[in-house]
Design a protein around this ligand. Sequence first.
Ligand SMILES: Nc1ncnc2c1ncn2[C@@H]1O[C@H](COP(=O)(O)OP(=O)(O)OP(=O)(O)O)[C@@H](O)[C@H]1O
Ligand SMILES: [Mg+2]
Length: 154
Amino acid sequence: MKVQKVIISSDLKELDFCREKVEEFLRKNTKFDKTMIHALVLAIDEAVSNVLVHGFDSTDRKNPSKNTLEIQMEFDKTRFLTKIQDNSSFFNPLEKLPKNEAEQKKMLKKALKHNIQVGKGCGLGIAIYLKIMDKVLYEYDKKRGNILKLIKYL
Ligand SMILES: Nc1ncnc2c1ncn2[C@@H]1O[C@H](COP(=O)(O)OP(=O)(O)OP(=O)(O)O)[C@@H](O)[C@H]1O
Ligand SMILES: [Mg+2]
């Protein structure tokens, strides 16, 4: 199994670095085609940027050394897993989503339509990574904080 951990600071400037690392990992260790690599980079970028934009608040930003944000990528014969772990405030992106997959799809379609017709109005980041990934899991751990797992099966 191939594993790589990327640790970034709670600064939006880190997104470029993060994207580069994800792209490089996928290119070197997997046989995903270019299009899939671009999609996976985008999905991870949306999840990480949400932590940076919405997770850490202005008080956290004043104490950057206290903030942790780790992106661990794992690739084996069956799947590509990215674990995003951060100690920002508790947030479960799956909490308000319908459990039923068909209902989820309907909701995402509506969000996209709204953004296109009305202009930006409701967020799309979560919808984007849900659409790209095969499975999204969330856990909260008192010590480690938010743990978001994004999985793509081979
Ligand atoms: N890590 C997080 N911590 C706290 N709140 C979050 C987090 N991620 C998302 N949210 C909340 O969920 C909402 C929806 O997120 P989503 O990524 O779908 O849209 P957005 O970030 O508002 O816009 P976009 O991603 O399209 O630029 C956010 O507006 C924010 O209120
Ligand atoms: Mg977002």
